[in-house]
Ligand binder design. Structure first.
Ligand SMILES: Nc1ccn([C@@H]2O[C@H](COP(=O)(O)OP(=O)(O)OP(=O)(O)O)[C@@H](O)[C@H]2O)c(=O)n1
Ligand SMILES: C[C@](O)(CO)[C@H](O)COP(=O)(O)O
Length: 238
């Protein structure tokens, strides 16, 4: 059994760009001297079980990313492929590029979650080996309300016991055959999900959850980069 990794990195970072004075998508922004994408690639490259990593980027970014992969010494494990217009399409393109057996494991991880740690990656691999499908999830700590949107905001329709809620993070891992079948079904049905688990769940597969952490944040909007910088400084102090 081999472990492959897909890193979708073809987003435009529109929510970040709205408050940031750069034209570069957020996965290429600097975090303490390194591009955000390089943190994500390095974290997986250092896990011995990982055979190869497929990073999906916009066509126009392929030369820059190929150059970075070489200059940061990642060329042995990392392959650059063309992304798509949605996260799901970017993952589907990478999935098509990698040649895996049904029993192999595929992990998908957002390029913009740079603080993923090797221990969480290893726990995810173990959970996929055991259950066939597993994602990293952060248990809810706030009280959770279901709402109905209104013209001027929202009205609460229910309180959902928080022990039933986890916030999905990445990596999200699956047996390769199962993931490919679920993607083919989603494409046939015209279904688009915001994560891989939602695509697999609708095929009737149970997906296990591995404990995530607040430090595995997704850099989404202004302020997140500063927060990631703070978490990183705490990590290097230890
Ligand atoms: N067409 C796309 C869109 C997103 N992603 C990737 O999916 C991950 C999570 O997406 P998100 O945070 O939503 O990134 P963006 O789509 O770039 O952000 P925004 O929605 O603000 O534009 C990121 O690593 C992003 O690069 C991708 O590979 N291909
Ligand atoms: C996959 C994901 O990171 C889980 O939290 C997230 O759904 C992807 O980001 P998006 O903003 O929903 O595209």
């Amino acid at each position: 059994m081999q472990v492959f990794v897909i890193i979708p990195a073809a987003g435009l970072g529109t929510r970040m760009a709205a408050g940031h004075s750069t034209s570069s998508p957020k996965q290429f922004l600097d975090l303490d001297g390194l591009p955000i994408l390089i943190y994500s690639l390095r974290a997986f490259a250092q896990v011995p079980e990982v055979k190869s990593i497929y990073v999906a980027v916009r066509k126009s970014e392929m030369p820059r990313v190929e150059a970075q992969v070489g200059s940061y010494g990642l060329a042995e494990k990392v392959w650059v492929v063309e992304g798509g217009d949605s996260r799901q399409e970017s993952v589907a393109n990478a999935l098509q590029a990698l040649k895996c057996e049904d029993d192999d494991i595929v992990l998908v991880h957002d390029a913009v979650r740079p603080l993923i740690d090797p221990a969480t990656i290893s726990r995810t691999i173990d959970a996929v080996a055991k259950h066939g499908a597993a994602i990293v999830g952060l248990p809810a700590v706030d009280t959770i309300k279901q709402v109905e949107r209104t013209a001027d905001g929202a009205i609460i329709t229910a309180t959902i016991p928080r022990e039933y809620i986890v916030q999905a993070q990445t990596p999200q891992g699956f047996r390769c055959g199962l993931l490919k079948r679920a993607f083919a079904e989603a494409a046939a049905d015209g279904f688009t999900g915001t994560d891989e688990a939602s695509i697999v769940e609708r095929s009737g597969v149970s997906v296990a959850v591995v404990a995530g952490s607040a430090t595995n944040l997704k850099i989404t909007q202004p302020g997140d980069l500063e927060l990631a910088g703070f978490y990183l400084s705490q990590r290097t102090k230890r």
